[in-house]
Design a protein around this ligand. Structure first.
Ligand SMILES: Cc1ncc(COP(=O)(O)O)c(C=O)c1O
Length: 389
């Protein structure tokens, strides 16, 4: 008999797959199913990235490995942009190019955390963070946020969960699943409290270019960030390059050198062709996502208008991301609610329970994932379903 370690058996797949499977069956029966499930931007990648990849196909280098931590020209260009974008005092040596943000997070965890260490996740958390902590053999500690409306993260939320066994705290700003961002003063306090205790901050800033009110606060913008901060980033959302699998770790050069060993052991390097495309995006289209901010703001407003008219639904528009994390009065089984919504209204939404115990009673709507017509139809169906409920 195959014996699987308990830590792997304990990992649960998020509910996206069964929902998508059922959505596929309904579509095959001719139903018009609209998915507000996946965290995808509705726009295509920038033409500069596609052109660069097409041109690269005729170069022999594209078929080879790159250097382990990524192409030097991409690391240089990205360091310069990040310096301007998030105020991080950094250079090429402080970056490892990875196969996406999830892989960056896995590499950072493997580099920093021992089995049995505690890793604190403010909750609701991003499901894959929780799964990866489980996979690493560390212990995931859920720190429910006190403010379960605006979902702001403050030091007081974390201080209760931090113990002498805490090795790292995971931040996610803007947050998946809530879209909430961490305010500068709160973030600076969190980083400094944790640094003084020798605890790492792993800050997933996948949505750094999707902040609509104010500016993005990055954990790497604090003085002395190198001592205790690792930032995770990606090309998946800002440049809609999900399938290209390219992201990065931003951390002190010494840490990057250690992480490069893990990267070499796992995948050697991020896909070369994706790095070439990413470099073109960095050089020619760094601000690409910003041209869609107007549309994201408009949709956020449309969601607020629709939900405001429905008794029993509660949501405060968030400052970033493209998520509405909506509380449903009386809901104690969000997976069952998501199934009913799919069956009756033909809309896919993700049950809040997928993002931790404190997410129960909510649904996550990814309002940036579909075209405008589908988006409007989905809103009408949601309002009509919940008005009848
Ligand atoms: C917060 C967060 N981190 C990481 C990822 C994974 O991104 P990537 O495609 O770069 O692995 C996602 C994707 O939804 C995300 O929302």
């Amino acid at each position: 008999m195959v014996r699987i370690p308990q830590r792997v058996l304990d990992i649960e797949l998020p509910p996206f797959d069964p929902l998508n499977l059922r959505a596929g069956e309904l579509r095959a029966q001719g139903r018009d199913v609209i998915s507000l499930g996946q965290a995808l931007p509705y726009f295509p990648p920038p033409p500069s990235a596609v052109r660069a990849a097409q041109a690269a196909l005729s170069s022999p280098h594209v078929h080879l490995y790159s250097t382990d931590p990524g192409r030097p020209s991409l690391r240089r260009a990205l360091a310069e942009r990040l310096h301007q974008e998030i105020g991080a005092d950094c250079e090429a040596g402080d970056l490892v190019i990875t196969a996406g943000a999830n892989h960056a997070f896995a590499t950072a965890l493997t580099t920093l955390v021992n089995p049995g260490d505690e890793v604190v996740l403010p909750a609701p958390y991003f499901t894959n963070h929780y799964m990866q902590v489980q996979a690493s053999g560390a212990i995931a500690v859920e720190a429910p946020l006190v403010d379960q409306k605006a979902y702001t993260v403050r030091w007081d939320d974390l201080s209760r969960a931090v113990t002498p066994r805490t090795r790292a705290v995971v931040l996610c700003t803007p947050s998946n699943p809530t879209g909430a961002t961490i305010a500068r003063a709160d973030g600076e306090r969190i980083v400094s409290e944790l640094a003084s205790r020798g605890i790492w901050v792993i800050s997933d800033e996948t949505y750094m270019q999707f902040v609509y009110d104010g500016t993005h606060w990055s954990a790497a913008s604090v003085n002395d960030w190198r001592r205790s901060v690792v930032v995770i980033g990606t090309f998946s959302k800002s440049f809609a390059m999900m399938g290209w699998r390219v992201g990065f770790i931003l951390a002190d050069r010494e840490l990057c050198e250690q992480a490069t060993k893990i990267q070499d052991a796992m995948i050697i390097c991020a896909p070369t062709i994706s790095q070439i495309a990413a470099e073109a995006a960095v050089n020619e289209d760094w601000d690409y996502a910003r041209q869609f901010h107007g549309e994201f703001r408009r949709r956020r407003q449309r969601v607020a208008e629709h939900l405001a008219g429905v008794p029993g639904l509660d949501w405060s528009p968030a400052t970033g991301g493209f998520f509405a994390f909506v509380r449903v009065d009386g809901c104690t089984d969000s997976p069952a609610l998501a199934i009913r919504l799919l069956e009756d209204a033909h809309v896919v939404a993700i049950p809040g329970a997928a993002f931790g115990r404190s997410g129960e009673g909510c649904l996550r709507l990814s309002y940036g994932s579909v075209g405008e017509g589908e988006f409007e139809r989905a809103l009408e169906r949601l309002a009509s379903y919940f008005s009848r409920r």
